[in-house]
Ligand binder design. Structure first.
Ligand SMILES: CC(C)(COP(=O)(O)OP(=O)(O)OC[C@H]1O[C@@H](n2cnc3c(N)ncnc32)[C@H](O)[C@@H]1OP(=O)(O)O)[C@@H](O)C(=O)NCCC(=O)NCCS
Length: 142
């Protein structure tokens, strides 16, 4: 699991997100490439054969997003490893709280990582979402 710079790794990150969000979930390209990537922190998962298989990002305001694992690699712990890296990055960047907008089907995944639902369902890119929040300050006392 690698923290990476957008400038150096953009083609690898884009390849994963194109497969998952644009091709599988039919998110329009104009929404997927939203201009936030250059100023976000990114993590990248690579297979033992050297192929990019998962990614996620941390925005400057402490929002996690664009969590994506290629379909053939899901349920093998790749998403969890990405999430642990992003939470570590958020703590290193001084965030006390992290937030995200979860696709409702993935709420169980985020709950496993300590996130709680905040408020009701809403639509984003034609997909139902809920806002979720996780307190990082509590980790310091564990
Ligand atoms: C959500 C996603 C990133 C999870 O990645 P993953 O590599 O499959 O996750 P993990 O294998 O680390 O899962 C850890 C645990 O979370 C839970 N989990 C994983 N995906 C889940 C899902 N879609 N719904 C509910 N629980 C889920 C499981 O309990 C799993 O534990 P288990 O393997 O013991 O059952 C992946 O399913 C994905 O890329 N989905 C498509 C893109 C997407 O919808 N991204 C989220 C945008 S908000």
């Amino acid at each position: 699991m690698l923290p990476v710079e957008w400038g150096a790794a953009r083609e690898l990150l884009r390849a994963v997100r194109r497969r998952v969000f644009v091709e599988e979930q039919h998110v329009p390209e104009a929404l997927e490439w939203d201009g936030e990537d250059a100023t976000s922190g990114h993590v990248l998962a690579i297979s033992s054969e050297g192929h990019p298989i998962g990614t996620g990002r941390l925005l400057g305001d402490g929002h996690i997003g664009r969590m994506a694992v290629l379909s053939e690699w899901r349920r093998h712990g790749v998403g969890s490893a990405l999430m642990r890296s992003l939470l570590r990055l958020a703590a290193e960047n001084g965030h006390k709280v992290v937030r995200l907008n979860a696709q409702t089907h993935a709420v169980g995944f985020y709950r496993k990582h300590g996130f709680e639902v905040e408020g009701g369902e809403f639509m984003e890119a034609g997909i139902p979402h809920v806002a979720m929040v996780r307190d990082l300050a509590a980790d310091e006392n564990r």
